[in-house]
Design a protein around this ligand. Structure first.
Ligand SMILES: [Fe+2]
Ligand SMILES: [Fe+2]
Length: 127
């Protein structure tokens, strides 16, 4: 897994959220069998707040790719909500698979592309 300094974008709010995302992802991944629902809920709650903070920053500063980035957040939250519904019914398989493969693949790609471009824009906007 990448070291924390490789995820640093230089924007304090975003960097804090990305560190928190990884910590909550690790905690959920480490949940014993049959005990995924609560740590996944904490991870999901954080993602909703994290994406809402980025969406608000992009809106406030008029980021040029605002809708593309917001749509990507919405797409991920829809998948996360589906997994939460399955966990509520005691089905962990998809949640485990998502945490093991899909989330980290998506997270590092998103960080290196949309989040990096957004952070650079916000830093320039802040002057
Ligand atoms: Fe982010
Ligand atoms: Fe993002």
């Amino acid at each position: 897994m990448l070291a924390p300094d490789t995820i640093t974008l230089g924007h304090a709010v975003m960097d804090r959220d990305h560190t928190d995302s990884l910590a909550l992802w690790e905690a959920a991944k480490a949940a014993p069998a049959g005990a995924l629902q609560a740590p996944f809920a904490a991870f999901a709650r954080h993602l909703r707040e994290h994406f809402a903070r980025e969406n608000a920053l992009m809106t406030e500063h008029g980021f040029f790719a605002l809708h593309c980035h917001m749509d990507e957040h919405a797409r991920v939250l829809a998948v996360v909500a589906t997994i939460e519904a399955e966990l509520a019914e005691g089905q962990e398989d998809r949640g485990r698979e998502y945490l093991r493969h899909h989330f980290p693949d998506w997270f590092y790609t998103h960080l290196a592309t949309m989040d990096r471009v957004t952070a650079d824009f916000l830093l320039r906007a802040a002057g």
